[in-house]
Write a protein that binds this ligand. Structure first.
Ligand SMILES: Nc1cc(-c2ccc3cc[nH]c3c2)n[nH]1
Length: 242
């Protein structure tokens, strides 16, 4: 997978040199390039923002540098990337979207700052590539960079070969539309608290049933919205009895 990120704060993405994402870049699974939007400015002050038409607080990111950046990183003659623009107005980022993005050959992230990017940048880009505005949640950040770090982590861990133990993808929260069951490791007793006996029973059928019941209970208690949107086909009669 190829990923290009455009930002006025390219140094924000230093963490993408670390850990498993760093390894994915080193072995070629992930080809990541971070670009400074000011590369595509031509004035002495390298200006990227201006006052908003119609008035209002703050500044808006000018269309010209963005247009030139997207032209350079998504040239018309090459298969277009999927343009992702973090914004509070975007579609909620979910594990399902992470899987969708992990299947894309080329992602192009546009990190806004100030009050956002001139709308014509997105409108013009949409004439020649898929454009998705994406939100991490109902809260407001200073800009898109943190959202891109989150999305990059969620997507990269789904790429083949990145996670050593792929089976950990099977049971994690949101993998089957449920929160995962509680996890334990040694010692069997810690500060007077015991690991549930079933997990030490060696009975894999009982363990699987216990974990499923715990996942259903936790999801019902903490995220009833997830339970409401669960595909009924994924529930068996024992679940319904739980
Ligand atoms: N979920 C979420 C996204 C954002 C966001 C994304 C880009 C910009 C640019 C300027 N402010 C921004 C805020 N806040 N919250």
């Amino acid at each position: 997978m190829r990923v290009d990120i455009v930002s006025i704060f390219p140094e924000y993405f230093a963490p993408l040199d670390l850990s498993l994402i760093g390894k994915a870049r080193a072995n070629g699974t992930l080809r990541l390039a971070v670009h400074d939007l000011r590369t595509w400015t031509h004035d002495v002050h390298r200006t990227v923002d201006d006052t908003p038409y119609g008035g209002g607080p703050g500044m808006v990111m000018r269309p010209e540098p963005w247009g030139e950046a997207l032209d350079a990183l998504a040239p018309p003659e090459v298969h277009p990337p999927r343009l992702l623009v973090p914004a509070p107005t975007g579609a909620r980022f979910t594990q399902a979207m992470a899987h969708e993005l992990a299947a894309e050959p080329h992602l192009l992230f546009a990190c806004g700052r100030y009050e956002g990017i001139d709308q014509r940048v997105l409108d013009h880009a949409a004439t020649r590539m898929p454009v998705t505005e994406v939100s991490l949640g109902d809260y407001v950040l200073f800009g898109g960079e943190v959202a891109v770090l989150v999305i990059m982590e969620a997507v990269t861990r789904l790429l083949p070969g990145v996670l050593g133990n792929v089976s950990s993808l099977d049971e994690e929260s949101h993998a089957h539309g449920l929160l995962e069951a509680p996890m334990y490791t040694k010692p069997a007793t810690w500060r007077g608290l015991d690991v549930p006996e079933v997990l030490r029973s060696g009975d894999h059928g009982r363990i699987a049933r216990w974990r499923r019941d715990e996942a259903l209970t936790r999801t019902a208690d903490r995220r009833p919205d997830m339970l409401a949107s669960l595909d009924p086909a994924t529930l068996d009669k024992r679940d319904l009895a739980a």
